[in-house]
Design a protein around this ligand. Structure first.
Ligand code: HSE
Length: 431
C-alpha cells in the first residue's frame, strides 16, 4: 500500500510544470522507489488564461497561494514562484501553518535565508532546496551532509548555465552573444528576465547558499563582489587563449587563513588544462576542497526543466519521509566556527587586465609605474599585434593583490590620457 501525500505547487513555469509532469509520468517508478504517491491538489499561477505546454486539470489552478494553504490535505508545498516578495510571504505563511517547504528560490534564500531558517527552526519545519543551486546536481546535500566532517577549504563553481552556454559559444564559434542567449532562452535555461544570468546576480545567490552550508552563516549580498559576463569580449577570449586560459564565470568561495570567508563572482581565467575549463554549454560544475575528502568534483546540468525537476522531486521524497519521522535538521545549521565575511576590497586574487592604449613610447612604462607604486607585481605582459597602427591593447597578468589595491590602481590607469577605453579586469584562479 503506497502512501498518498497531498502537495501544493506554487508556480507552473519551466520547473513547476516540469515537476507536475514528472509526478504524472514517473508515478509508478516513484511509488516503487520511495513508497509514496504524490497528489498535486492545487497549483498557484499568476495568470489563469496563459497557454501552457504541460496540461493539468483546470480545477487545480488558483491565483492565490492563500487558497492553497486552506487545504488541510496539503502537507508539503513546493515554491517555484521566484522573486523575493510574494514568494517570501508564501513561504513564511507555509512554515507558520506547519507545512514542509520545498523551494528552488535561490534569490529568496540568499537574501532572507537567515530569517527563513530561524522561522523554520521555531516551527520545527524542514526546508528542502536542492534545486536552488546547480539544477540537477545534488550539491546541497553533499556540502551540508556528506562533507559534514570536513573543513571546507574552498568551493569553485560554474553555477549559471546560461552564461556558461554563452561563454562556451564565444569560445568555440566566435562572438555571437545574442544568438547564444536566444538559444539558452529557447532551451529553458535562462531566467524569465535573463539580467541576473548575465550580470552574475544568479551566481551570487547560489554562492551565498553554498557559503552558508560550508561555513555556517549567511554572507550578506553586499559582501560579495559580483561581476557578470557583459564585459567579456571576443578579444578577451582570444587573448586568454593565448596565455593558455579559458574564461569562465566563476564563483570562488574560500576560507582565508584568518577564518574569514571570501565570496567572489567574476569572469575568471582558468587554465585550459583544468577540469573546469572543459565544462561547456549549459553544464555546471562545482569543485569542493575539504581537508578529508580532498578535491571532489560535481558535474551536471545546472538548468532546464528536467534536471531541476529531478532535484525538486528528490526533495519531495525527503519531505515525505520527514512527515513520518522528524527531519535531522531544518535544512541549515548555523555555527560560529568561522569569522565574518571578508570585505571585497581585502580579498586577494591574481588578475588579467586589458587596457586599450595609444601605441606610443612610454605608455607601457606609465602603467607599469602605477602597478609598481601600488605594490602589484606583473607576472607577464603582451602587446598583441594590432590592426590600427596608432592603437593597441596591452594585456597584463598580475601576481596576487588585494582587490582594493587593484581597483585603486585601475582608477589611475583609467585616468591616463593614453588610455582609450575602460580597462577590462578579470580574475585568474588556479583550480
Ligand atoms: N537560469 C539559471 C541558469 C538556472 O542559467 O543556470 C536556474 O538557476
Amino acid at each position: 500500500m503506497k502512501e498518498n501525500i497531498g502537495i501544493g505547487l506554487a508556480g507552473f513555469g519551466t520547473v513547476g510544470a516540469g515537476v507536475f509532469d514528472v509526478l504524472q509520468h514517473q508515478r509508478d517508478l516513484l511509488a516503487e522507489r520511495s513508497g509514496f504517491q504524490f497528489e498535486v491538489r492545487s497549483i498557484v499561477v499568476r495568470d489563469l488564461k496563459k497557454v501552457r505546454d504541460v496540461a493539468a486539470p483546470s480545477e487545480l489552478f488558483t491565483t492565490s497561494w492563500r487558497n492553497l494553504l486552506k487545504d488541510p490535505e496539503i502537507k508539503i508545498v513546493v515554491e517555484l514562484l521566484g522573486g523575493t516578495t510574494d514568494a517570501f510571504e508564501f513561504i513564511k505563511a507555509a512554515i507558520e501553518s506547519g507545512r514542509i517547504v520545498v523551494t528552488g528560490n535561490k534569490a529568496l534564500l540568499a537574501e532572507h535565508g537567515e530569517e527563513i531558517f530561524a522561522l523554520a527552526k521555531k516551527h520545527d519545519v524542514p526546508i528542502f532546496y536542492e534545486a536552488a543551486v546547480a539544477g540537477g546536481i545534488p550539491i546541497i546535500q553533499s556540502v551540508r551532509d556528506a562533507f559534514v566532517g570536513n573543513r571546507i577549504e574552498s568551493i569553485h563553481g560554474i553555477l549559471n548555465g546560461t552564461s556558461n552556454y554563452i561563454l562556451s559559444h564565444m569560445q568555440e564559434a566566435g562572438p555571437d552573444y545574442r544568438a547564444a542567449l536566444a538559444e539558452a532562452t529557447e532551451l529553458g535555461y535562462a531566467e524569465a528576465d535573463p539580467t541576473l544570468d548575465l550580470n552574475g546576480g544568479d551566481v551570487a545567490h547560489k554562492a551565498i547558499i553554498l557559503a552558508a552550508l560550508a561555513y555556517g552563516f549567511w554572507v550578506k549580498p553586499e559582501a560579495v563582489r559580483v561581476h557578470g559576463i557583459q564585459e567579456v569580449t571576443a578579444t578577451d577570449v582570444f587573448f586568454a587563449r593565448d596565455f593558455g586560459y579559458v574564461i569562465k564565470l566563476l564563483a570562488t568561495i574560500r576560507a582565508a587563513a584568518d577564518h574569514s570567508i571570501e565570496v567572489t563572482v567574476a569572469p575568471t581565467l582558468v587554465s585550459k588544462n583544468s577540469v573546469l575549463a572543459s565544462v561547456n554549454g549549459a553544464f555546471n560544475a562545482i569543485a569542493v576542497k575539504g581537508d578529508l575528502v580532498g578535491e571532489a568534483l560535481f558535474y551536471g546540468k545546472g538548468a532546464g526543466r528536467k534536471p531541476t525537476a529531478s532535484s525538486v522531486v528528490g526533495d519531495l521524497v525527503e519531505a515525505a519521509f520527514a512527515l513520518e519521522s522528524p527531519a535531522r535538521h531544518v535544512g541549515f545549521s548555523s555555527h560560529s566556527l568561522y569569522g565574518a565575511s571578508k570585505a571585497p576590497q581585502d580579498v586577494h586574487a591574481c588578475y588579467y587586465l586589458r587596457v586599450a592604449v595609444d601605441d606610443q613610447p612610454g605608455v607601457l612604462a606609465k602603467i607599469a609605474t602605477i602597478f609598481g607604486e601600488a605594490g602589484i607585481g606583473i607576472a607577464s605582459v603582451i602587446q598583441p599585434k594590432a590592426k590600427d597602427k596608432n592603437k593597441t591593447d596591452l594585456v597584463f597578468m598580475t601576481h596576487e593583490a588585494a582587490y582594493g589595491k587593484m581597483s585603486n590602481a585601475l582608477e589611475k590607469i583609467k585616468n591616463l590620457s593614453c588610455v582609450k577605453s575602460t580597462p577590462v579586469l578579470f580574475n585568474v584562479e588556479s583550480v
